[in-house]
Design a protein around this ligand. Structure first.
Ligand SMILES: Cc1cc2nc3c(=O)[nH]c(=O)nc-3n(C[C@H](O)[C@H](O)[C@H](O)COP(=O)(O)OP(=O)(O)OC[C@H]3O[C@@H](n4cnc5c(N)ncnc54)[C@H](O)[C@@H]3O)c2cc1C
Length: 320
């Protein structure tokens, strides 16, 4: 079994930054493991600007980190999914060339990010049909794979990803018929509300919910209704919006299953791992950073946190 000083699980902004920081602090023997075919994580599909500065897009920011890690000769494996970690720092992963890969380390940094909530949490009647996508899946189809998920679109949720996607799909020729938010105001930034919705005349409905889906194999429309002051559906307001695509932007949950296997304590409320001021979990030698801890709106804060995690993991390894 190959033994590393440090294994970083996840090759997004947090994983790459923490590996760079650990190398700068003197750790030579580092392995970054990433399940996608490219390092960079969610940055790769965020082609809008505003990453680190006003002019830099997500892929450009990812390239800067990747180039820096490559120049430092940090080892990495892509297309490799970690499937198990124990609290003795043994990591099991799978990929095509190695089959089952078993490695271990003196310290591990979890930089596995978060995943989207799906419609299992919101109980639509007749929701088992084609044409319903989570927001990041739709964005990946458009920005990386080059496919449009559909032509007539309704988006549920008003986080920044929902607003950015509404604009993106409009630019690509789709008709975004509505963005639906159950709260009283937009959850995303004021800037995105203006630049992504208002500037493109995309209808935005607050205090509204989807009550049911119309489908015939593929989604044909959504019924929406407004909510009263007690958040109860006002039945008389229910109306059909015809669409062939529904995008769910319902927020994120941390990818915590592997951490739980490694005996890391996670919050019962948010699912996030508990970390101290050094980004160390309750398990000696296991650190965490980035969106697995909480959803960061800005990559700069991921960078700062991951840099600290890498430095502290390095200190732990050097003192061992
Ligand atoms: C839609 C969107 C728009 C944003 N817009 C901006 C913006 O305009 N400006 C800005 O500054 N910031 C923005 N951000 C925030 C910032 O880009 C992200 O918070 C940051 O990139 C997250 O980095 P991360 O490494 O924590 O997570 P991720 O990028 O999600 O990386 C986690 C990685 O771990 C890998 N992984 C997970 N599980 C495993 C496993 N078992 N085995 C191997 N690998 C695994 C995943 O494949 C992934 O590559 C945006 C974020 C999103 C989602």
């Amino acid at each position: 079994m190959a033994i590393y000083d440090l294994i970083v699980i996840g090759g997004g902004a947090a994983g790459l930054t923490s590996a760079i920081s650990a190398r700068e602090a003197g750790i030579e023997n580092i392995l970054v493991i990433e399940r996608e075919d490219n390092l960079g994580g969610v940055l790769n599909q965020c082609i809008h600007n505003g990453f680190g500065d006003e002019n830099t897009t997500g892929p450009e920011y990812a390239d800067k980190l990747k180039n820096k890690a490559m120049n430092m000769k940090i080892s990495y494996k892509v297309n490799t999914t970690v499937i198990d970690v124990d609290n003795k720092m043994n990591v099991t992963a799978v990929n095509e060339s190695d089959g089952i890969l078993e490695v271990s380390a003196k310290a591990i940094i979890f930089a596995v990010g978060c995943r989207e909530k799906t419609n299992s949490g919101i109980y639509f009647h007749k929701s088992h049909c084609c044409g319903i996508f989570s927001a990041l899946t739709a964005q990946k189809f458009i920005n990386i794979e080059g496919y449009m998920p559909g032509n007539n679109v309704v988006i549920l949720g008003s986080e920044d990803i929902a607003l950015i996607l509404a604009r993106r799909m409009t630019i690509e020729g789709a008709k975004v018929k509505a963005v639906i938010e159950k709260g009283t105001k937009c959850i995303g930034s004021k800037k995105n509300e203006t630049e992504c919705l208002a500037d493109f005349n995309i209808p935005f409905f607050t205090k509204h919910v989807i009550t049911k889906i119309k489908s015939n194999g593929r989604i044909e429309g959504v019924y929406v209704a407004s909510l009263n002051g007690d958040n109860k559906i006002i039945k008389e307001t229910e109306k059909l919006i015809e669409c062939d695509t529904l995008i769910l932007a319902l927020g994120f949950v941390p990818e915590n299953e592997l951490m739980i296997k490694a005996n890391v304590s996670v919050s019962r409320v948010s699912g996030s791992p508990y970390v101290d001021e050094n980004l160390k979990t309750n398990v000696d030698g296991i650190f965490a950073c980035g969106n697995v801890i909480h959803q960061h709106d800005y990559v700069k804060s991921v960078y700062d946190e991951a840099y600290k995690a890498g430095k502290n993991a390095a200190r732990f390894i050097l003192q061992a």
